[in-house]
Design a protein around this ligand. Structure first.
Ligand code: NGQ
Ligand code: ZN
Length: 461
């Protein structure tokens, strides 16, 4: 059965178009994207405001949502990424499979209401609280798959390879016991998950956690094993987030992390370099030439004091990028774009840094770029409103106070820059299915209740 929606204004890959008719098949795949279409027959669904592509969220650790806001106090003379991580580990140590599913379900519903239509889950809490495998070794991954399916969000599952606590294979410490997996066991997990992912149209990839956590030989073997399972599967890695990490990598190898990775792995378009924050000019040029996506997580990177990604340099090198909400200190696609643009303005003393030759409106330019990069990182056909891509889209609320009386491009600008943390989204569709209406997911209440119950349990322990 074909379905259609008509929008007075829609953001297509080459810009804003009037009178757009979208049609999709029963797989939820767009079969028709027609601008300047005739007024549709009565009974056709009509978008209540400007229609924009759904945003892929390219980096998530779902469990951290239940912890967001709990580390915003001074715990020692100088708090840092590393002191935050110690607290986060304590939280991760207690999580049960049921709590993970409830938190992820709540989070994915929040994401859908906030403009994300797909998520890449970088999943590393594998083992039980003692660091032993669950009776079913895929227990935690299955909790995430169920949460995604119930919420209806597009899904890329990235089981994590994690073995060491620092460069040079320093053994993992007790805090990291739930993350550890042998290379062989992560490959077995992928084999187990492959048919399950296919069964729910999710994509499966691999995430070597970081060069700190994965020694060179394990990295090599895991990538070879992944190729044998799926030679096009996405590969994500945390790469150069903290200056201390860059310096430790230089002390270990004589090279900066991105340079080391480019020399020791076949980094390609399959790769997402998460937090490629600290790259020099040579790294920008080489990583961009390989076609890797830079995975930017602007609000988390700000929250953790990581540093500022050099977007103009990356774009000049021809680099692709997308956005993720990572620790979920903020769950709102528009706010990630806002944070990204503002960090660039603060660093460069300029305005409209994110605008492009083709697209002078910053919010439109950033949205189109992040959708395309996010789709590439997800390894799914979710790259915007074009035939062959999923019918994943968001309808802005033209009645929101910040949007009243504006043109479509300005409404998206107001949504990103001026909607003041209140959502200016009215509807969200994934794979041609309406999941959010009047700003609310159809399982909104249930998702909140489940999330609250899981958080309550975690807080009393
Ligand atoms: C994570 N988060 O795996 O959750 C990491 C912290 C680490 C971010 N990098 C742990 N934002 O990198 O060692
Ligand atoms: Zn991360």
């Amino acid at each position: 059965m074909n379905q259609v929606i008509f929008a007075d204004n829609a953001l297509l890959p080459d810009g804003w178009r009037r009178n757009v008719l979208l049609g999709w098949d029963d797989q939820g795949r767009l079969t028709q994207v027609q601008a300047n279409a005739a007024t549709p027959p009565a009974g056709t669904a009509i978008a209540a405001g400007p229609l924009i592509p759904g945003m892929p969220n390219l980096h998530s650790h779902a469990f951290q949502r239940a912890f967001a806001g709990l580390t915003e106090y001074r715990g020692q003379a100088q708090d840092s990424f590393w002191s935050w991580r110690t607290l986060m580990y304590r939280f991760a140590a207690r999580l049960t499979p049921g709590q993970l599913e409830a938190i992820a379900f709540g989070l994915y519903v929040e994401m859908l209401e906030a403009g994300y239509t797909a998520v890449c889950e970088f999943h590393y809490v594998h083992q039980d609280t003692d660091g032993q495998p669950y009776a079913d070794d895929a227990t935690m991954a299955l909790a995430l798959l169920r949460a995604a399916q119930r919420a209806g969000i597009g899904f890329t599952l990235l089981p994590v390879l994690y073995q060491a606590s620092g460069f040079g294979g320093q053994s993992a410490n007790a805090d990291q016991r739930r993350f550890i997996r042998s290379t062989e066991s992560v490959l077995r997990l992928l084999e187990r998950l492959k048919p399950l992912c296919e069964g729910q149209a999710a994509r499966l990839g691999l995430a070597p956690h970081s060069l700190r956590a994965v020694p060179p030989q394990a990295l090599r073997e895991a990538l070879l094993g992944l190729d044998a399972i799926d030679a096009t599967a996405p590969v994500h890695i945390h790469v150069a987030e903290q200056i201390q990490e860059v310096n430790a990598c230089i002390a270990w190898s004589g090279q900066r992390p991105v340079a080391w990775l480019l020399d020791h792995a076949e980094v390609s378009q399959r790769w997402c370099l998460v937090h490629a924050t600290h790259m020099d000019a040579g790294e920008h040029a080489r990583a961009a030439a390989r076609g890797a996506v830079a995975g930017l997580c602007p609000t988390t990177e700000a929250n953790l004091g990581d540093g500022i990604f050099d977007l103009p340099a990356w774009r000049k090198a021809g680099g692709t990028w997308g956005i993720g909400s990572d620790s979920h200190i903020c769950v709102n696609a528009a706010e990630e774009l806002l944070m990204l643009e503002y960090s660039q303005r603060l660093a460069t003393h300029q305005r409209s840094v994110g605008a492009t030759e083709a697209q002078s409106h910053v919010a439109s330019a950033l949205t189109l770029a992040a959708v395309q990069g996010g789709a590439q990182a997800a390894g799914r056909a979710i790259g915007g409103l074009a035939v062959g891509q999923q019918a994943d889209f968001v309808v802005l609320d033209s009645q929101h106070p910040a949007l009243l009386e504006l043109s479509a491009a300005d409404m998206l600008s107001a949504h990103v820059f001026a909607s003041h943390r209140s959502s200016a989204i009215t509807a969200v569709w994934v794979g041609g299915r309406p999941l959010v209406a009047a700003g609310h997911h159809h399982l909104h209440q249930r998702a909140r209740a489940d999330f609250a119950a899981a958080r309550k349990e975690l807080l009393v322990l």
